[in-house]
Design a protein around this ligand. Structure first.
Ligand code: GLA
Length: 389
């Protein structure tokens, strides 16, 4: 049964027409764990994501259901009551947070909705299913009530919602790319100023292949927050020590950082080194992409992974096995973990004629080494959250 038919089965008929929307997930090509340190990142949206069918109601209730969590049933809240995060709202806390955050920004909602969601992003794989549903909800509300908020503004509000309402201390990268992406482009985003450029994919005969480790990501939230704190600690010390205090860690270059590196404890030094060199690698990789030098681009990907593995310590054995396999294949130009790490997905730049051979060789090797099955997808760079006609 298609989604619209399912919607009608769940919510019944109405004199109001239902609308369909889609919002992508994302991979980050390079610039990892530096969005919250004011660095440059290079994510792209992918053609897997979250679909919604929505219809205005004649009252102030919002009813939500996800076909991915059918057992949870229909979740309901009332726009006239205070909106607070509640454990029993489960996944629904993400869209609910967007209603609340936009209301706090002055948006006035004159009616509720019936909403049906369905995602095809693998669960917990680090491809930003939360940013996908947040921006999806924000775009739906922006359209329905003609709020005239820019995509950039919506992204910032979605990040705020995840930080404040859902208690997840994420940076801006995921919400931003899901909101502003263009098909066949990646976005180079300066997370300090939120200035960005759309960079044409220019991958020639190569494809971005996504490899899902299917490793359960147990520590991701606590370790993510620990890395953020360590970067903040580095910045505090460097601000005290440097004659020209940097506004953000990524305002430093390897050259300006090095004379002060010894002021940091070994762990804090490794974290700051990652952030500052990753920002440099991202700039270099963007230049390589613009010059059509995919070999150099791939090399920066490998170096990014090395830094995430050894300096930032957010990789894991499963991701390292995949990246090490890639290093041995002549038809792979580069590979790295993508997203928060501790499991989730790696990406690899693979020659299009060899993607089948890549899959055939990697899967048994990975299964033998880890006891897990790797899932492989070829990424298509997609546009941002939108209404489907
Ligand atoms: C998660 C966060 C992002 C970013 C990445 C790491 O996806 O949501 O803000 O920090 O991790 O680059």
């Amino acid at each position: 049964m298609n989604r619209m038919a399912k919607f009608k089965e769940i919510y019944g008929d109405s004199d109001v027409a239902a609308q369909s929307y889609f919002s992508p997930g994302r991979v980050n090509l390079i610039g990892e764990h530096i969005d919250y340190s004011g660095g440059n990142v290079l994510p792209c949206a992918i053609d897997m994501g979250t679909y919604a069918v929505v219809r205005a109601r004649h009252d102030m209730n919002v009813r939500m259901m996800s076909l991915n969590f059918e057992k949870t049933g229909i979740l309901t809240f009332d726009l006239r009551q205070p909106i607070l995060p509640m454990p029993e709202m489960d996944w629904g806390n993400y869209p609910m947070g967007i209603f609340k955050t936009l209301m706090d920004e002055g948006a006035v909602f004159s009616h509720g909705f019936d909403m049906l969601f369905e995602g095809d992003l693998p669960n917990g794989a680090g491809l930003s299913s939360s940013a996908s549903i947040e921006v999806l909800t924000a775009v739906i509300l922006n359209d329905a009530f003609a709020l005239n908020m820019s995509r950039e503004r919506l992204a910032v509000l979605c990040q705020r919602s995840e930080n404040v309402f859902n208690g997840v201390n994420c940076g801006i990268m995921d919400q931003f790319i899901v909101a502003v992406a263009k098909a066949d482009h990646a976005v180079r985003l300066d997370c300090d100023t939120l200035q960005y450029d759309q960079i044409p994919s220019a991958l020639g005969d190569y494809r971005i292949v996504i490899i899902n480790t299917n490793k359960k990501r147990g520590l991701v939230d606590s370790e993510y927050n620990a890395r953020r704190r360590e970067c903040e600690a580095a910045l505090t010390i460097l601000k005290q020590e440097m004659p020209k205090p940097p506004a953000a860690l990524c305002a430093l270059t390897p050259k300006t950082f090095l004379p002060y590196a010894m002021k940091l404890s070994p762990t804090i030094y490794r974290r700051a080194s990652h952030a500052i060199t990753e920002n440099y690698r991202t700039e270099m990789a963007c230049q390589a992409l613009e010059n059509g030098d995919l070999t150099a681009f791939g090399e920066w990907m490998y170096r990014s992974h090395d830094s995430l593995q050894y300096y930032y310590e957010v990789s894991c054995r499963e991701l390292d096995i995949i990246v090490d396999f890639c290093r041995e294949q002549p038809y792979v130009l580069g590979a790295r973990m993508t997203g928060g790490g501790f499991g989730g997905c790696a990406i690899a730049l693979v020659h299009e004629q060899h993607t089948a051979a890549f899959e055939a060789a990697l899967k048994p090797l990975y299964a033998a080494a880890t006891g897990l099955n790797a899932d492989i997808y070829i990424a298509k760079m997609s546009s941002g959250a939108r209404r489907l006609v």
